[in-house]
Design a binder for this molecule. Structure first.
Ligand code: EPU
Length: 425
């Protein structure tokens, strides 16, 4: 598809409701987990995004039958190969999460090593450490990772904690291999993100024995085989958080439908302490934000769940750019993840970097400008800034945003934003 840009004309007050899609970061490992069984699986509420499309294509090139219709993906991985095709894998870093299922089911896997990533150095040493602990041999050859366990995997005690804390996809990957290993596996230093819990819930539906998902210690008792299962993916907490910030930055009143209030606590707490009013209904699925008449800046330090998510950091930088006072945003997970800062500065924001901390002095307005999206969440931040800026903001390279936000332009239009897609350059 030709490169597109999003033209955002700022200044309209947002009002209305947005239905939140299923989680991208849950869908990707859950789709990969369907490789663990030859039976049919049905995954519902899979968002229509380029990243989920890549994963569907990878499953199909590995030999699985895959059908996709309006948010539901039906898979049947009756007979599959252990080699993931390089051309597709290189397009999405999260493709590494087929390693665990292939190793668990087939005793071997070959996937190309993910390359550099614009949000910083993203190694997979912890994934590999986990596979090795389960008895797999790990080799890197010709840019590919080769895993083999000719005699099968054996349960083990594994510490997955790295210098930046736990790993989300790494925990999922090792969990997916360990469910078919012989005996007990204990993952210490496990990631406790809701997406890891969602994956564990799906694996349990397939017949896996897993306890402790959502804590830092996951206990897995290996089983001989898994069977088909159905699953509804959880709501995307980052899409939901992004629309809450849209409500705060340019709204009068915006309501999220089909969201999950408990997964959004750190974001809701910060937005509330900036003066915005947030209420949810008894189901916890409907959340309304009323923007503050006199908002304030704040401090944020990103860290693993249940602390403030790194995937909401860029959006908060946009919000703090026009919040009176001085704000500080520190990135603990990906210290280099600040590509949005120079672009926000081009729109009139006053931001100074001090190591992995952005010091933001709120200005009274931003001005629209042509800006360049560099990764998914940075792009979202620029769209948010455009919503409150004077004049037009053109966010180029929209394909970054289409990786993770389902129909973002339609959803913004539905709450009154003035946005349109155009051919980019
Ligand atoms: N790390 C290592 N070694 C490893 C793995 C990770 O040192 O083997 C480091 C990373 O470099 C980073 C930290 O550990 O400093 C955490 O990385 P993690 O492995 O948790 O990230 P991930 O699992 O690759 C997922 C999300 C990201 C999200 C992070 C952190 C998916 C597909 N991706 O990545 O989402 O930022 O967890 O919460 O689930 C996004 O959606 O925009 C996105 C980047």
């Amino acid at each position: 598809m030709a490169i597109q840009k999003l033209i955002v004309r700022g200044g309209t007050k947002l009002q209305g409701s947005v239905t939140i899609s299923g989680s991208k970061n849950s869908s990707l490992p859950i789709l990969a987990a369907t490789l663990l069984t030859p039976d049919e699986c049905e995954i519902r509420r899979v968002p229509d995004l380029s990243d989920t499309n890549y994963m569907v294509q990878i499953l199909s090139l590995l030999g699985a039958g895959v059908e996709r219709a309006s948010g539901t993906v039906v898979t049947k991985a009756e007979s599959i190969t252990h080699e993931a095709p390089y051309d597709l894998v290189r397009k999405m870093r999260a493709s590494v999460c087929v390693l665990g299922p292939l190793l668990g089911r087939l005793g071997r896997a070959e996937v190309s090593l993910p390359g550099g990533c614009v949000i910083g150095d993203r190694p997979i040493d912890l994934h590999l450490r986990g596979f090795e602990a389960l008895g797999a041999e790990v080799e890197v050859k010709g840019g590919n990772i080769l895993l083999s366990a000719p005699n099968g995997l054996r349960g083990a005690e594994i510490n997955m904690r790295g210098s930046h804390g736990s790993t989300v996809l790494g925990t999922g990957n090792v969990m997916m291999a360990a469910v078919l290993a012989e005996g007990q596996t204990i993952i210490e230093g496990a990631a406790a993100e809701p997406e890891v819990v969602d994956l564990a819930r799906f694996l349990v539906r397939m017949g896996a024995k897993i306890h402790g998902a959502g804590t830092q210690r996951i206990d897995i008792e290996g089983v001989r085989e898994l069977h088909g299962a159905e699953h509804d993916v959880i709501a995307d907490r980052i899409e939901a958080g992004t629309f809450l910030v849209a409500g705060a930055i340019a709204g009068s009143e915006v309501t999220l439908k089909r969201a999950c209030v408990s997964h959004l606590q750190p974001v809701i707490e910060k937005l509330s302490s900036c003066g915005h009013e947030i209420v949810s209904d008894a189901t916890g699925e409907s959340i309304t934000i009323r923007s503050a008449a006199n908002p304030r800046g704040n401090e944020i330090v990103t860290d693993a769940y249940p602390d403030f998510p790194t995937d909401m950091q860029a959006q908060m930088c946009a919000l703090f750019s026009i919040a009176p006072g001085i704000s500080a945003v520190t990135e603990r997970i990906f210290p280099q993840r600040f590509m949005h800062v120079p672009e926000l500065v081009r729109m009139g924001a006053r931001i100074r970097m001090d190591g992995a901390t952005a010091i933001i002095t709120g200005v009274d307005h931003l001005s629209g400008a042509p800006v360049m999206a560099s990764d998914l969440r940075a792009s979202a931040a620029l769209v948010l800034a455009g919503l409150c800026a004077s004049g037009e903001t053109a966010v180029n390279r929209l394909y970054h945003i289409d990786r993770g936000y389902e129909h973002i332009d339609d959803k913004l239009l539905a709450i009154g934003a003035d946005v349109r897609r155009e051919k980019g350059d």
